[in-house]
Ligand binder design. Sequence first.
Ligand code: SAM
Length: 276
Amino acid sequence: MELWFTEKQTDHVGITLKTQRTLMRQESQYQEVAVIDTKQFDRVLLLDGVIQTTIGDEFVYHEMIAHVPLNTHPNPRRVAVIGGGDGGSIREIVKHDSVEKAVLVEIDEQVIKASRQYLPELSSGLDDERVEVLITDGIAHIQASKNTYDVIIIDSTDPVGPAVGLFTEEFYGHVFEALTDEGIMVAQTESPFYEPELVHRTFSRISANFPITRLYLAHIPSYPSGMWSFTLGSKVCDPLAIDGNDLHALDTRYYTPDVHKAAFCLPKFVQKLVTP
Ligand code: SAM
């Protein structure tokens, strides 16, 4: 018998993965947390049936959400991740020697537990001595933090449930205040192909708060359309003005100094989404 898992990515499109078995499936206070084992992507973390990350292609997402802002900042010492309970972003952050403290602010402890048990490739970074894990709402944490972080990474679920507030203009204003003088934020901002209005709206909300706002892309096969966007807001440093020689060499599979620059070259239809 063959087992297949389907995520309906839109009302008319789905991704279907041949599945070996379900490793765990549990209702948490916030969502249904599940890990399945698939033929193509190895283990996959699902929240409410939506793919969050897969062992097969997570390196693209986590390297791009972490190294672009961290290599743009001249000396990132304190970094926060909002969401990101799988630990993949933290694993990349602690590759930077300048980082003295990395704080993971995840609302749902069950996500961290599931990742620690079934996705050690991702959660391994959580054991680094510079990492602090807070189980709390990232919105409240950011609101209460002033002039605290050099980089804030918003590694959130889609804008539904507890993540809705992570996509508001007000929240990005609090992120600005939580950042230090040369602070940089980055957020995962969904698929420009399927969610053009969301991408446009989110870019406008971030640019309403940050003098430098840039959108960049990465190719993530298990995400809707494969084309994924990240939006970076910065107080001073422009990710495009960095000399390639200043970008730290890191142990990566996707990110390189050339990819850092190329990721900001946008196809025309995406360019239009970020042009006022
Ligand atoms: N890479 C993923 C993606 O693009 O789909 C995101 C992965 S990560 C698992 C997203 C996490 O954000 C989830 O574990 C969820 O519990 C967390 N989250 C959602 N809203 C949150 C909030 N308000 N504060 C903190 N964490 C939140």
